[in-house]
Design a protein around this ligand. Structure first.
Ligand code: SF4
Ligand code: SF4
Length: 107
């Protein structure tokens, strides 16, 4: 029998906020305020591991974001740097697995 708290592993994919986990938990440990409420307030953060900080252009994380929360701001002397709009980010984690250098954390 598996024990412990459930964890979301964003390296395996994003949360679609479908609510299946809340429905499946018969003890009600994963309550939902309503069908449209996000389950958490965590957001994506891009760390210094991002390839842009090493002079390599990369925009891989932008495409999977369903709400276009990742922007690439031009800068002098180097490739554009990815930035997360925290107000738009849902913390779904869709950007985590595609990053080739594990530069995105959801915190
Ligand atoms: S996918 Fe990773 S390395 Fe590429 S821009 Fe996004 S955070 Fe940077
Ligand atoms: S966690 Fe989801 S919403 Fe936030 S930047 Fe990544 S893909 Fe976009």
């Amino acid at each position: 029998m598996v024990r412990g708290y459930p964890e979301v592993d964003f390296s395996r994919g994003e949360c679609t906020f479908c609510g299946a986990c809340a429905t499946a938990c018969k003890d009600g440990a994963l309550p939902r305020a309503d069908d449209h409420a996000l389950p958490w307030t965590i957001k994506a953060q891009i760390t210094d591991n991002c390839l842009a900080h090493r002079g390599v252009e990369c925009r891989i994380c932008g495409d999977p974001c369903p709400v276009t929360a990742i922007r690439f701001s031009p800068r002098l002397g180097g490739p554009p740097v990815a930035e997360v709009d925290a107000a738009t980010c849902t913390g779904c984690g869709a950007c985590v697995a595609p990053c080739p250098v594990n530069a995105i954390s959801i915190t």
